[in-house]
Write a protein that binds this ligand. Structure first.
Ligand code: ZN
Length: 214
C-alpha cells in the first residue's frame, strides 16, 4: 500500500513542501485543511525546520502579495501564522482604516480577545478566496497572546488594520474563513471593489448593495 501522505509525520510533510524552494502553493477554499482546527505548535518541526518554514511563509506572503498568511493556507495544520503590512495606501485611507505599517511578525499559538466593544467594518479579502472581497465587522481593538518564533511570549494590543489582520489569521487557525463573518450582501469581485468601492469606508457600498454597518 502506498503511504498516506496526509498521515506522514508533520515534519516530513513540511520538509517535502519546502524541498521545491520558492513560494509555496496557496490552498484555496474547498480544501478541508482550511476548515479544521490546527494543532498547537509544540516543537513538532524542531527549531531549524521551524525557521525554514517561517521563512517560506514570509516568502509566500510577500509573493502573493498579502499582509498575513496562516499555516493551513499552505496545507500545514499547525497553529502558526505570519503577518507584515507595508501599508502602501493613500494617507486618507490609512487614517480612516487605521492602516499603519506593520513589521514582519511570527505568531505561534496565538489567541486574541476583544478589548472594549467597538467594531470596525471594512472590505477584506483572503489569499485562499482569490478574486473576492466582502465587508467584515471585526473588533476594533484586540489583545493578542502568542509566542514568537523563538518561543518568547507575546502579549500586545492591536488596533486598526493590524487588529483586523490578527483576527483574520487567528480565525484561519480555528478553521474559519472571513466569509463566515462577512455580510454576504457586500460580496464583490476585486474588479468591482476597485471600480466602485475604493472609498475609505464601505458606506456607499452598504447603501448601494443593501447591507448594514455597525
Ligand atoms: Zn485569509
Amino acid at each position: 500500500m502506498a503511504p498516506d501522505r496526509d498521515h506522514a509525520p508533520l515534519a516530513e510533510r513540511v520538509e517535502e513542501l519546502l524541498a521545491a524552494g520558492g513560494p509555496l502553493p496557496i490552498v484555496a477554499a474547498g480544501r478541508p485543511v482550511l476548515r479544521r482546527p490546527t494543532e498547537p505548535y509544540d516543537g513538532q518541526l524542531g527549531p531549524a525546520l521551524l525557521a525554514r518554514f517561517v521563512e517560506a511563509l514570509r516568502l509566500t506572503m510577500r509573493a502573493a502579495p498579502g499582509v498575513g498568511l496562516a499555516a493551513p493556507q499552505v496545507g500545514v495544520e499547525l497553529r502558526i501564522a505570519v503577518l507584515e503590512d507595508p501599508a502602501p495606501v493613500p494617507e486618507e485611507i490609512a487614517v480612516v482604516r487605521g492602516r499603519r505599517p506593520q513589521p514582519f511578525r511570527v505568531l505561534v499559538n496565538p489567541s486574541c480577545e476583544p478589548v472594549g466593544t467597538a467594531r470596525a467594518a471594512f472590505f477584506e479579502g483572503c489569499l485562499s478566496v482569490p478574486g473576492w472581497q466582502a465587508v467584515v465587522a471585526r473588533h476594533a481593538e484586540v489583545r493578542l497572546r502568542a509566542e514568537d518564533e523563538h518561543g518568547h511570549p507575546v502579549d500586545d494590543v492591536f488596533t486598526g488594520w493590524p487588529a483586523r489582520i490578527v483576527q483574520h489569521e487567528t480565525d484561519h487557525l480555528d478553521g474559519m474563513l472571513y466569509l463566515d463573518r462577512a455580510d454576504l450582501r457586500s460580496l464583490s469581485t476585486n474588479e468591482a471593489v476597485a471600480a466602485l468601492w475604493s472609498q475609505p469606508t464601505p458606506a456607499a457600498a452598504a447603501d448601494a448593495l443593501g447591507f448594514e454597518l455597525p
